[in-house]
Design a protein around this ligand. Structure first.
Ligand code: IDP
Ligand code: MG
Length: 144
């Protein structure tokens, strides 16, 4: 709990979050928690970038709908920094399914089941130091 290791995590505001003008809300939750946003950009991702980012899900039933959804509009990519930020942002985001995500979390407060093939849940956050390094390199190649 007292680890002093400063981490970085990749946060994405997905197209649903951008469409609903929730970029500021997401940034605000990260910053008011005390993490520091050290990189931020709005991009229209290519299919190639998303295939790299979501490689672990290739072949799953929601994979194609996930790529289509992520290609449906601009997204905002951010790097958040702080002690244990990888775990901390996952807690701020809440669980994958917005119906059961705890109120108080980004997904629990701001998203709901839309009846779509892929769950639309506002944000992505890296799930481990290895994923964070890999994903930051995909979205911020200029930093590596
Ligand atoms: P995470 O974003 O909470 O880490 P992952 O399992 O990595 O969840 O899945 C990536 C994204 O794919 C989720 O955020 C969600 O948008 C979508 N997704 C994951 N599991 C399902 C599912 O069972 N049905 C539909 N969409 C899903
Ligand atoms: Mg994930």
């Amino acid at each position: 709990m007292n680890s002093q290791k400063i981490e970085r995590t990749l946060v994405l505001v997905k197209p649903d979050g951008v469409r609903r003008s929730l970029v500021g809300e997401v940034v605000s939750r990260i910053e008011t928690k005390g993490y520091v946003v050290v990189g931020l950009k709005m991009i229209t991702p290519t299919r190639e970038i998303l295939e790299k980012h979501y490689a672990e899900h290739a072949g799953k039933p929601f994979y194609e709908p996930l790529l289509e959804f992520m290609l449906s509009g601009p997204i905002v990519a951010m790097i958040a920094e702080g002690n244990r930020v990888i775990e901390g942002f996952r807690k701020l985001a809440g669980t994958t399914d917005p119906t059961t995500a705890e109120p108080g979390t980004i997904r629990g407060d701001l998203a709901r089941d839309q009846g779509t093939k892929v769950v639309q849940n506002i944000v992505h956050g890296s799930d481990s130091p290895e994923s964070a390094a890999r994903e930051i390199a995909i979205f911020f190649p200029e930093l590596s």
